[in-house]
Design a protein around this ligand. Structure first.
Ligand SMILES: Cc1ncc(C[n+]2csc(CCOP(=O)(O)OP(=O)(O)O)c2C)c(N)n1
Ligand SMILES: [Mg+2]
Length: 698
């Protein structure tokens, strides 16, 4: 099947039946739905869908293994539209293939397409996971989708290794991602392709919309490398399709991908953005501007389409799609259901694990081996405690997998128990991932794993969270339950100096809606932090840990660490009196304020210590609890955190003192750097007294 169109066809009669065979009509339906939706919304991006329609149609109709009645089928092929601005392509596909919501209603109806980009519609500007059934991941920030696709492909390989048994292949799905020039210009795509090539992920296929156009004009302005050679260098198979309308050539490339068993595949498809629009095609103007009434007519004329018809879906178009896509997918899923039934009989334990994963539940007793740390003035670093907690949980939670960006000896994120294993090229059953020094793709892979029902974690230094903010933000937007572990959480890391000492990162991460951030104050708070995080399957979390040892607090004297689950709790109190001053802190500064509290108590001052490992969890508590912890009547307050002060005024109040960092740190041993910036018990006591009107702060 080769679909060709003259750039401008002879004008058909208005409102006659569309020209071309039925496949041409399906393709032009995709194109015209995109055109009409963008026109009606007066915004959006029809250019890419117009160019890519034959590619997407061929992939979905002839190859994608997907049951439109069960879009949550675990062994479905994954389709990622990394160039999320082309969202109308995906919405048209979901509509034309009849993908259904769990209640049987269409995932995307024709009316939904008419509501493109309107408030509350299931057809938002860019595809949003969890919002529109059939959208596998949220895309729009270029490069993230291809990044997620690597995580999805890794997940498939891992699932295959763990669960498939001879003759019982529960998992053998493939991951397809369409991407654009912008995706491949972004640095993350280089990290992603390098990692995928290294891991030899032969279940992964990227389809590159090679249209040589981006927003400012020709890609020649800024992008001149040989993409095929670049990917060959990464260890990928590459295929060139010279004309996006040549469906047979594209189909042959997909067949070549499917026959490749030792590397991922990139298919470069030469396409024309805005294909068919006589005055816009092949230009940057086709990227996003609505065509306008006249040009829409001319474009439809070029397609041999009734010029005045809008949102036209010719008879037979959806049926034609279903004959391939739907019929194949339903049969495959049906057969898979049978296989799963037999699998349940033969491997009840493993099937039980799958049921838990698919319903995002935890196994009974998953936290039974979590350690409890005895009081110890010298104590241990919270990164150490985290490593112990992780290694206590992981054997009981087999789908908890992760790794670090070349820092696991520092972040303590390596799984050390027997059988944990390494995830390596060709041997994908291990639980320890190795991202190399690639933080950005590490975050995007974590999201891809989380969207594949695994519980992923990552590890690097807190200061390098800046290198992975985009996927962290998307994890929050998607409610993807990844755990981002960050050690070396403050100037307390010492001699590596200001390049490595995070300042503004906590404030930045706390500002991400829906992201849980915990900075535990000692070993037992760290254990509780892991317990709290993993109990919430759809909430991504940042776990922020110290490099340096912190005293393990005596929990017979102070409140139990289980208070962590509420975000903030009264750790030490003025026994029988209303506190005169409240001392608040997180992480390494908790033990500092406890020391200050003891000194104040010895001087007869009634202080309260509030440990605040997680502001966001605290904010979800009811008002009564929040006021119990921070009584409004007590306005003498001191907040201590070795980071930017931004946000602390919320808890310190307008008159409270905030001991924080007001600039970058310094390279020096911790014994010098902390006092240099005012993080001493003396300074806290002084600030507390000043707050109570018994002295002045310096
Ligand atoms: C990270 C990121 N930066 C910038 C943008 C804004 N943006 C949207 S599409 C685009 C580039 C368009 O070129 P291309 O990716 O080739 O898509 P095409 O125009 O070919 O559809 C840009 C810069 C974005 N979505 N994501
Ligand atoms: Mg382009």
């Amino acid at each position: 099947m080769t679909i060709t169109h003259p750039a401008v066809a002879p004008a058909p009669e208005a409102n006659v039946r569309p020209a071309g065979d039925i496949d041409t009509q399906v393709i032009n339906t995709i194109r015209t739905l995109a055109i009409d939706a963008v026109e009606k919304a007066d915004s959006g991006h029809a250019g890419a869908p117009m160019g890519l329609a034959p590619v997407a149609y061929t992939l979905w109709r002839r190859f994608l293994r997907y049951d439109p009645d069960h879009p949550d089928w675990p062994n479905r092929d994954r389709f990622v539209l990394s160039n999320g601005h082309a969202s109308m392509l995906l919405y048209a596909l979901l509509f034309l293939t009849g993908v259904k919501r769990p209640d049987g209603a269409p995932a995307v109806s024709l009316d939904d397409i008419k509501q493109f980009r309107e408030l509350g519609s299931v057809t938002p500007g860019h595809p949003e996971y969890g919002h529109t059934v059939g959208v596998e991941t949220t895309t729009g920030p270029l490069g993230q989708g291809v990044g997620n696709s690597v995580g999805m492909a890794m997940a498939e390989r891992w699932l295959e290794q763990r669960f498939n048994r001879p003759g019982e292949a529960l998992f053998d799905y493939r991951v397809y991602a369409i991407c654009s020039d912008g995706d491949l210009m972004e640095g993350i795509s280089g990290e992603a392709a390098s990692l995928a090539g290294h891991l030899k992920l032969s279940n992964l296929c990227w389809i590159y919309d090679d249209n040589s156009i981006s927003i400012e004009g020709s890609t020649n302005l800024a992008f001149s490398e040989d993409v095929a050679e670049r990917f060959a260098g990464y260890g990928w198979a590459t295929h060139m399709v010279e004309d996006a309308n040549d469906c047979e050539a594209f189909a042959r490339a997909i067949e070549a991908f499917q026959a490749t068993t030792d590397r991922p595949t990139l298919i470069l498809v030469k396409s024309i953005i805005g294909y068919g629009s006589p005055h816009r095609q092949g230009t940057a103007k086709a990227h996003s501007d609505p065509l306008g009434e006249e040009e829409v007519k001319l474009t439809k004329q070029a397609y041999g389409w009734p010029q005045d018809a809008q949102f036209l879906v010719p008879d037979g178009v959806r049926e034609r799609f279903d004959e391939g896509f739907g019929v194949r997918g339903r049969a495959l899923r049906d057969r898979w259901d049978g296989a799963l039934g037999r699998y349940r009989e033969a491997h009840a334990d493993l099937a039980g694990e799958l049921d838990l994963m698919w319903s995002r539940r935890l196994p009974d007793g998953w936290d039974a081996d979590l350690p409890s740390f005895p009081a110890d003035a010298k104590g241990i670093a919270t990164r150490e405690a985290s490593g112990k907690a992780l290694n206590a949980i992981a054997p009981r939670l087999p789908w908890l997998i992760g790794g670090s960006a070349d820092l696991s000896p520092s972040t303590k994120t390596h799984l050390d128990f027997d059988g944990a294993g390494e995830f390596e090229p060709g041997s994908y059953g291990g639980r320890n991932l190795h991202f190399g020094v690639r933080e950005h793709i590490m975050g995007a892979v974590a999201n891809g794993l989380a969207l594949s029902a695994l519980r992923p974690y990552t590890g690097t230094f807190l200061v390098f969270s800046d290198y992975m903010r985009p996927p962290i933000r998307l994890a929050a937007l998607m409610r993807a339950g990844a755990v981002f572990v960050f050690s070396h959480d403050s100037i307390g890391l010492g001699q590596d100096g200001p390049t490595h000492q995070p300042i503004e990162q906590l404030a930045g991460l706390r500002a991400v809606p829906g992201l849980m951030l915990l900075r535990p104050g000692d070993a037992n708070e760290t254990v509780e932090a892991w317990r709290t995080i993993l109990a919430q399957p759809d909430r991504p979390a940042c776990l922020v840990l110290s490099r340096q040892a912190l005293p393990t607090l005596d929990r017979t004297k102070y409140a139990p660490a289980s208070g962590v689950a509420r975000g903030a709790y009264v750790l030490a109190d003025a026994l029988d009196r209303t506190p005169e001053v409240i001392l608040m802190a997180t992480g390494s500064e908790v033990s500092l304020v406890v020391e200050a509290y003891e000194r104040l108590a010895a001087a007869g001052i009634a202080a309260r210590v509030v440990s605040m490992p997680s502001w966001d969890l605290f904010e979800t508590q009811d008002l009564a609890y929040r006021e119990q912890v921070l009584p409004p009547a007590v306005t003498a307050r001191v907040a201590v955190e070795a980071a930017a002060p931004m946000g602390w005024d919320r808890y310190a109040g307008p008159t409270g003192a905030i001991i924080a960092m007001h600039g970058f740190g310094a390279s020096a041993p911790i014994k010098d750097v902390m006092p240099h910036f005012g993080f001493t018990a003396d300074h806290v006591c002084e600030a507390a007294r000043a707050q109570m009107g018994r002295g002045s702060t310096t």
